[in-house]
Structure formats: C-alpha cells, structure tokens
Ligand binder design. Structure first.
Ligand code: LLP
Length: 418
C-alpha cells in the first residue's frame, strides 16, 4: 500500500503532482510519502499489539533525519550499526532507551559514545567484542546492557549478499559458542546480560525462516534460564520483504501473529528491527530522460540518475518498477534505463518493457525508499541528490541537493604540490 497514484494520467505523491516538485527542485530526487510511512509503521507496530514490543527502525535503510523523526513521532526506536547512525538517531530525537546497536565491527569510540548516550542494548557479535565492551564500560564506571547476536544457521532464501543468518556468514555467534559466551558474560562485572538477538537476512518473503530462527532462539533462552541467566529482550531483527515486482511477502499481520503465537508464555519484550518494510514502498526516485539511443536490438534510455544514486539494480540485480510521471499514449519498447556513470553495470532497469520515454520526460523509479539514498555515493563526482517529503498537499526539502563545493569539502592540496 502506498500513496503514489495517478490522477488524470499524472503521477501524484499524496496530493502533490510529482511534476510540480521536479519543476521546483530539479532532478534527480528521492521522494517520500508521509502518509505511506505513517501507515506502514502503524500496520507493522499493530501486528504485535498485545505483546510487549519495541519497533527499532533499521536506520541503514533510510537515515534521513526527517524520516527518523517521523517514525520516532510514531513511537519507533532505532537499530543502529555505527557511531554515525547513533548520531543521526539522536539528532532526530529518537529515545536512547529504544536504541539497539548491532554490527560486527564496533569501534571503541563508537562503543563509548553509545554507552554515554545510554542506549538500550548492544547486540554483541563476538566473544572479543564482549570483552571490549566490558573493558570500556568499566573504564567509564558504567554497566553495559548486552545481548548476544546468535547465528541460527537458517537459510532465509534471499539474495546471498543480504542473507546473514547462515553459518558461513560473518554475522552473529554460533549457538553452541553463544551459550559459553553467555556464561562468560555473566562473569564480566561491567556487563548486564539482558538479551538474545538474531537477524537472518533481508527481503525475506516467507514467514517460516523467521519462525525457524525464533525456535532456535527460544531453545537458547530456555537453556540460559536453566543456567540462571534470565533474558528480558528477544530481538528478532528485521528482514521482512516487500513487493518490488511479483513477490508476495506475508502481510505484517501474518508475520506478527505467527511470531507472537510462538512467544506465548515467554516473559520477554520483543524487539523488531524492520527497515525495508517500513520505508521501501514509501519512496521513489525521480529522474529525467536525457537521451535515447540504439538500434532495434538494443534500446537505451539515458537518464540523469545513475548507480551512484540507486545502487541496488547494479549491486544485486534488483528490480524496481519504472513508471511514467506523466502518462501519454504511445508504444512501449524493450529498453534499458541507464545512467550517466562510466560503467556498463550502471543501469536502473535492464532489457525491460517500458514506455518509449523521450528526452525531457520524467521517470519514476518505484520502491526506492529503502537502501536508496542511504547507499548512494559521490562516484563520478556526482553530488548526492535532494530528498523530498510530501505530506498531504505540501512538500518539504528534507535534504538539499549537494553542491560542487560540498564535493571537495575537507580536501586539501598540500604545500609540496604547489
Ligand atoms: N537488523 C540488522 C542487524 C540488519 O543487518 C538489517 C539489514 C536490518 C535489521 C534491516 O533489515 P530489513 O528489514 O531492511 O530487511 N542493501 C540491501 C539490504 C541490506 C540489509 C542489511 N541488513 C538491499 O538494498 O537490499
């Protein structure tokens, strides 16, 4: 469900014609719908109603301050994986008591800052990290609340780059090993052991892998309780998929209901770390056609957004719907929608049927709200694009387009070269 729709053949985001925004801010830009974000949050959160839970939005999916604030206003916490994400979450006004810190490589300075901020929980990913957090907390005269992120060895049946819960992945701690680490963590004075976490992957379109992972986590919680280690937080990570094309992921209600069903009797607060399912279909990338070229066999539509703006198609071969911002009658063609970057891998859609876009026309790249802007870069010295948020009849620039001056900010030509 989203609020991008056609009215008289023109694409609107809520009450605003996309064309009007393009005329005002130029292209390319990311465009988000508040109504969609609010709706997605409410549906997801509502799916766990009746069971104590915290929804910690995975900041990596979309780290814009306004998006974080919008979700925080709804009650969301944050799942962070770096000091930078912590900074963003705090700057957006996320309650530190609802921040969980995951990630395999937390630096000492990042751990310190998170401890200072008073975050809810560190999801620890190795034995060494346990020791490091204990040491830092000790020095600061604090206790760090921790849980171990276990690797449940579950196949989430998704793209290998975004599957994280298999033994061969770098994430988490093997369950057997984790049990030993819990015993050790209990001995460490500056740790308060309160949680168990897992995250098996992303864009998962079935509920079963989540339930399988949950079973393993529950087993571990049972063993820990027997050993006198009470677990108060069960973090099931994120990963629920969305529809980009033909996928039929479970509705959050089904996902929530089945999970809650398996949790009955367990005295824990459930933590969820959704990213994509909240923001993915709440955002699009709007770009303008520069040129077209090619023969009968190969038709290229060259637009002003590239793989530096939206990396997903190049990186994972991901599908994003391609729509006209202003529909007009005319033939459809088989074409590739490509960007200006000097790489053959620079495409937004490859060999697909689409409108025969002409130069100057606006194109909407759909479902780009998650891992779109947040994975964008300055490759080919391209300023990162603007981000716009619509609410009802109004639109707001929530990130200005970068300038050329910003591109070279911080760079320095040393005297010896002058
Ligand atoms: N929690 C942890 C520990 C994670 O590593 C992730 C995503 C999430 C939560 C949120 O997962 P989500 O609900 O968004 O599936 N760049 C890739 C996705 C990478 C996901 C990495 N971890 C893409 O564009 O498909």
């Amino acid at each position: 469900m989203h609020h991008f729709h056609y009215q008289n053949n023109e694409l609107y985001c809520e009450g605003v014609p996309v064309k009007k925004i393009a005329a005002k801010v130029g292209t390319p830009f990311y465009l988000y719908s508040s109504a969609t974000l609010n709706h997605h949050y409410r549906v997801f959160d509502g799916a766990f109603e009746g069971f104590p839970h915290i929804v910690c939005f995975a900041v990596k999916a979309n780290a814009n301050l306004a998006i974080l604030r919008l979700l925080a206003n709804q009650g969301a916490g944050a799942d962070i994986v770096s000091g930078g994400e912590l900074h963003r979450a705090l700057a957006a006004g996320v309650d530190p008591g609802k921040i969980v810190y995951s990630g395999v490589g937390k630096r000492p300075d990042e751990i310190r800052t998170a401890l200072k901020a008073g975050i809810l929980l560190f999801n620890v990913e190795s034995s060494m990290e346990l020791g490091e957090i204990n040491r830092i907390a000790g020095r600061m005269g604090r206790k760090a609340r921790v849980g171990l992120r276990i690797n449940p060895d579950i196949d989430p049946k998704t793209h290998p780059y975004i599957s994280t819960g298999l033994k061969k992945n770098k994430f988490g701690i093997d369950i057997e090993r984790a049990y030993q680490d819990y015993l050790r963590a209990m001995e460490l004075q500056h740790l308060e052991v309160i949680g168990v976490a897992c995250h098996i992957g992303s864009q998962i379109t079935e509920v079963d892998p989540f339930l399988d992972a949950l079973e393993r986590v529950k087993e571990l919680i049972g063993r820990l309780e027997q050993a006198g280690i009470p677990i108060r937080y069960l973090d099931l990570g994120g990963g629920l998929g969305i529809c980009y094309d033909q996928e039929e992921p479970p509705h959050p209600h089904e996902y929530g209901e089945k999970i809650v069903d398996r949790l009955r009797g367990l005295k824990v607060t459930l933590i969820l770390e959704p990213g994509r399912v909240l923001v993915g279909n709440a955002g699009i990338l709007v770009t303008r056609v520069l040129y077209t070229k090619g023969s009968e066999a190969k038709h290229f539509i060259i637009v002003d957004a590239g793989m530096n703006d939206l990396a997903r198609p190049s990186l994972y071969g991901s599908y994003h719907g391609i729509r006209s911002v202003v529909k007009r009658p005319g033939p459809r063609v088989k074409a590739s929608l490509v960007g200006p970057i000097c790489e053959s891998g620079d495409f937004l859609a490859k060999d697909r049927e689409m409108a025969a876009f002409a130069p100057g026309e606006l194109v909407a790249v759909m479902s780009a709200g998650a891992y779109g802007f947040s994975m964008s870069s300055n490759y080919n010295a391209r300023p990162r694009v603007a981000e716009i948020l619509v609410q009802d009849q109004e639109f707001y620039v929530i990130r200005k387009r970068e300038t050329y001056r910003q591109l070279t900010w911080g760079e320095n030509i040393p005297e010896i070269l002058k």
